[in-house]
Design a protein around this ligand. Sequence first.
Ligand SMILES: Nc1ncnc2c1ncn2[C@@H]1O[C@H](COP(=O)(O)OP(=O)(O)OP(=O)(O)O)[C@@H](O)[C@H]1O
Length: 435
Amino acid sequence: MVILETRGLKYSYPDGTAAVKGVDIKLKKGKRIAFVGKNGSGKSTLFLLLNGTLKPAEGKIFYDGRELVYNQASLREIRKNVGIVFQNSDDQVFAPTVYQDVAFGPVNLGYSKAEIEKKVNGTLEYFGLSGLKDKPPHHLSGGQKKRVAIAGIVAMDPQAIILDEPLASLDPVGADELLDVLHELNHMGTSLIISTHDVDLAYSWADYVFFMVDGEVIGEGTPDEVFQDDELLRQANLKRPVTFDIYKEIERRGLAHGNRQPRTVPEIVETLKPPELMWVEVPPETREGDILNLGVLHGEYALHCPYEAVNARVLHIHEGNWAIVELTRHGIKAGGILIYDMDRFDPADFDDFLEKENIDIVGAMGKKSKLMAEKNSLCVDISTGVIDRTILMALCGKRCMIITSGGMIPHSMKRINEYIDRSGIALNVTVLNGN
Ligand SMILES: Nc1ncnc2c1ncn2[C@@H]1O[C@H](COP(=O)(O)OP(=O)(O)OP(=O)(O)O)[C@@H](O)[C@H]1O
């Protein structure tokens, strides 16, 4: 199903700059879509056209199959359903207080007073903004303003959200938190459309990518398709994503197995083929052909190795009790991942859970759970890249707990289960205190 479509879309600014020069695109519902292109390639202008803020000189836009006709009803429909978060939050956040700013959309949509209050307070809490609700937005930091801008859009429950360079003004932790929020919104069905220069972000995050150059779309496809097209990258003046390059090098050296192009760190780890042969020191009575149990791998290697125990067949005994062994592995020593629902947080029980479940690592996902962890002095080991990093830790046999809440719970389960399905590694994942 296509949520937004453009046909022959053209736009020039009053000074004559042709910013969008005939764009034909179809954006599928429920997807994460990235527009990648260098400065001035027309991404922001296209976005302003997509939600009716600008009117094209030529061409048509369709929302959910209906043509945008630029009368009040049609514009109202598209602006309610396709929210846009501007690159510069100062263009968006202008009400006297944060609360009023986030309430702006719901008020305009005619929600009742009680609905507005519920919606705005819920959204502020979700974005970790409750403590700032009475502040004037112009007293906030760039990252905080960005969160207010996004909260204001999310409070209108749009079908699609367009975000122009969403991570641009955020610090690394803030960027990571926003990505979690975007993953969750997408998990709940919101279509997401972002622009970025960041090829690593587009590669790891998007389901579908468009490359823009000089007001035109010059290529589109899945991240794997577009980022391995060197000619397309050259035309778009873009480089390959780092994970892509690392994997190509792993592949070139014959260290990769599996036939999937990895896009995240756990996926790269999964493709690494462990060495077959190894030098080990063996007990003096060892004979060629013996099977040794080398036990669990330790150190740096074990951190990246999903295997519990390593058996080795002795191929050749060398002087000084050193032998060449061929490794065979059995068993998979994956720890577990437990999810703790912070909406049901009970301080009295929490420590009991940690002890009873032998938790080694705690990861906090989402602003709300991080704030709750801080307030209750909970010890948090991982607060960015929580899903990927807990998977990596679980693969090393650690028992991990993700503390999170609301829609982040099914979202986390989904991402971990996707990893389990693809890798075939039996990681246990359960919600500890949920329904
Ligand atoms: N208000 C304006 N008046 C005149 N020209 C404009 C205006 N806004 C943008 N442009 C021009 O339109 C072209 C496309 O700009 P646009 O902002 O859409 O690109 P972009 O890909 O979003 O760039 P960036 O990555 O830097 O945000 C550029 O040549 C830019 O200079």
